[in-house]
Design a protein around this ligand. Structure first.
Ligand code: ZN
Length: 433
């Protein structure tokens, strides 16, 4: 296994560049797994699992579970699970997106998750995601699409027209963030719904295929990059939480086949996780049960009691301009190592015991750790760890690398942290380092 940050960061940046929607991210993960010998299991078919076999299951093309069915008895080993989420805050297209104002055709968008809205202004934006269509035989299919070029923009209002723009100027998510798609020429038919849909059909569908619906989002066309005087940082869209998905995938590729290892990347974390694909849904439990039932004499409760989840999601690094937003004793630094996240009210699932196990693991492989706990006078975020623990009944810990600008459409992590996370996750899955 390479211990070179630059190789890993190059692959990470390519993955982030291609992850213009959660569907694209899952598709890339599926390709990586398939190319490394993992086989697709369909949930609507019986599974005949081989000991030592490598498999993956996809739900709704927005969440994925990959696993190695260990040679040893599952009841003896339990499952080692790495969890993360595939979705990120974004602006998604409404079902009938085209609106008109003052000679412009605009896109009606819905805010997905707790997005920071300001960073979306004055960026070159494109549209990507999935479309659902009917083919000439009457079958329903879906396809990933990406316009690739900047087809719209959300211009700021000039400061001369809003003198309070740098003060307390709230953004109305219904009226202030509609991107401009095109300027309509007087006397000519404006760019309307029919034209927009026919553009999608012409560009992405074959003859005879009829567009029925879509799950599309905006994204910033600026590619991810290394930034900082000494390239200390990586800036990109969707670092929360695709960095954990990518590194988790790299970790399972190197895992041995002795024990049962699993990655679970859920959708809908940013909107509460209650769905068939979310961490507060049945996906992980369903897969663990089916893996268990595929071997003789497997008691799923025993398996769960011996299992452990490393829930990986990004943490807040201390911001040099806003140091007071952190508890004085808990100020994670970019490139300072993996963050263990604590919250006694169980917004994070970490406790003293699970943290001790993880600290011991990291100490053995020389991976530095940091800790995060919110200030008492500020609310704490959450992630998939407590939901997975509550839903499936498997103990675990919440960890992650730290970042700045969380939920912006341009986020920042330290360039040394991905390798540290990879080493920790690989060690967790039992790879020999
Ligand atoms: Zn997250």
């Amino acid at each position: 296994m390479s211990n070179d940050s630059s190789d890993l960061n190059k692959d990470l940046i390519a993955f982030l560049k291609g992850s213009v929607s959660k569907y694209h991210a899952v598709s890339q993960i599926v390709n990586i797994l398939s190319n490394k010998g993992f086989s697709l299991l369909r949930e609507d078919q019986e599974w005949n699992l081989k000991r030592g076999g490598k498999y993956f299951v996809v739900r709704n093309n927005s969440s994925v579970i990959g696993f190695i069915n260990g040679e040893r008895s599952l009841q003896d080993t339990g499952v080692k699970i790495i969890g993360a989420h595939t979705d990120s805050p974004s602006l998604t297209l409404k079902p009938n997106p085209i609106t008109y104002s003052s000679g412009y055709s605009q896109l009606g968008v819905e805010v997905y998750g707790g997005a920071l809205l300001k960073p979306w202004f004055d960026r070159d934006l494109s549209v990507a995601g999935r479309i659902v269509f009917k083919n000439s035989k009457g079958d329903i299919g879906e396809k990933l699409i990406d316009f690739e070029r900047p087809i719209c923009v959300i211009p700021s209002l000039a400061i001369h027209l809003n003198r309070d723009a740098n003060g307390n100027s709230p953004i109305n998510p219904q009226t202030d963030i509609l991107p401009i798609l095109s300027q309509n020429i007087e006397g000519q038919k404006p760019l309307d719904e029919m034209y927009f849909n026919s553009e999608i059909s012409d560009k992405f569908l074959k003859k005879g295929e009829i567009l029925l619906d879509h799950d599309l989002n905006l994204y910033d066309v600026q590619p991810p990059s290394m930034v900082g005087f000494n390239e200390e940082f990586i800036s990109s869209q969707r670092l929360d939480n695709l960095v954990s998905c990518f590194i988790g995938t790299m970790a399972i590729l190197g895992a041995g086949s002795n024990n049962t290892s699993m990655i679970v990347f859920n959708d809908h974390e940013e909107v509460g996780s209650v769905s068939t694909t979310g961490a507060d849904g049945p996906f992980l439990d369903d897969v663990i049960r089916r893996v268990c039932y595929s071997s003789n004499d497997c008691n799923v409760e025993v398996v769960k009691a011996k299992s452990f989840v490393l829930s990986c999601d990004n943490a807040h690094a201390v911001h040099p301009n806003f140091v007071h937003k952190h508890d004085p004793q808990h100020k994670p630094q970019l490139n300072g190592g993996i963050v263990i996240k604590y919250n006694t009210k169980q917004r994070y699932t970490t406790d003293g015991y699970s943290a001790a196990l993880f600290k011991d693991l990291c100490a053995r492989i020389n991976v530095p750790i940091q800790s995060f706990v919110s200030r008492n006078d500020m609310p704490c975020g959450s992630t998939i760890g407590p939901l997975t623990a509550g839903r499936v009944g498997i103990r675990g810990i919440d960890i992650g690398i730290c970042q700045l600008a969380m939920h912006s459409c341009r986020e920042i992590i330290g360039s040394k942290d991905p390798l540290l996370l990879r080493n920790a996750l690989s060690a967790f899955l039992g790879e020999e380092l």
